[in-house]
Design a protein. Structure first.
Length: 202
């Protein structure tokens, strides 16, 4: 192959590579996006009298499978996958933390409640671990939410109380909105119980 032929060959290869790259970028720009969902803050009766106690709600911990924006579906006792075409508005622990803080604030029963870095003089910490937040399809489709909670006295570092909260809610259908609605209702039950339990212990 002569010099001119080699140059022509290289130009042809380069043009083909560029065409493939442009096609890939075009596909990424027009591909279907996941529907994004949020959770609701639990409805708790508000109070006109606030206590002086201040509460810190750190980021909840969770296994890697739950620590993402993906919605978990459990197919069997040991097999899980992510719900196609759906995602949370942020990583699940961040969403859970934000909604817990919002629910505490809405009660009007604390002197202050916030996240790390907001400069509160803390009396208690609410340490949470998300153990389950999933759609279980092993049998009747249902949402399962389970969160372990420790109420930590920030003044002396002791655990004042601890409890595991769990709710199971049947899904009303087999489409993504029905699954998300069931998860939202299960979380609403769990978060309402967590807030009421915490307020009764501080």
């Amino acid at each position: 192959m002569g010099v001119s032929e080699r140059l022509a060959y290289r130009r042809g290869v380069t043009a083909a590579v560029v065409a493939v790259c442009l096609a890939a970028l075009s596909g990424c720009g027009t591909g279907a996006k996941n529907d994004t969902f949020d959770l609701s803050a639990a409805a708790i009766e508000a109070s006109s009298s606030a206590r002086s106690r201040q509460l810190l709600v750190p980021d909840p911990t969770a296994l890697k499978v739950l620590d993402s924006e993906q919605v978990v579906v459990r197919l069997s006792g040991s097999e899980v996958q992510y719900l196609s075409g759906a995602q949370w508005s942020d990583s699940l622990p961040k969403v859970v933390q934000a909604k817990l803080v919002e629910t505490f604030e809405n009660t009007g029963r604390l002197g202050g409640v916030g996240k790390p870095g907001q400069g509160l003089a803390i009396d208690y910490q609410l340490v949470t671990d998300i153990r389950a937040f999933e759609i279980d399809t092993n049998g009747a489709d249902r949402a399962i939410v389970e969160i372990s909670v420790k109420l930590l006295n920030d003044r002396n570092g002791t655990v004042k109380a601890q409890q595991v909260f769990r709710a199971t809610v049947p899904a009303s259908g087999t489409q993504n909105p029905a699954y998300i609605s069931a998860l939202d209702r299960a979380f609403g039950q769990v978060s309402a119980q967590i807030v009421s339990w915490t307020l009764s212990n501080i």
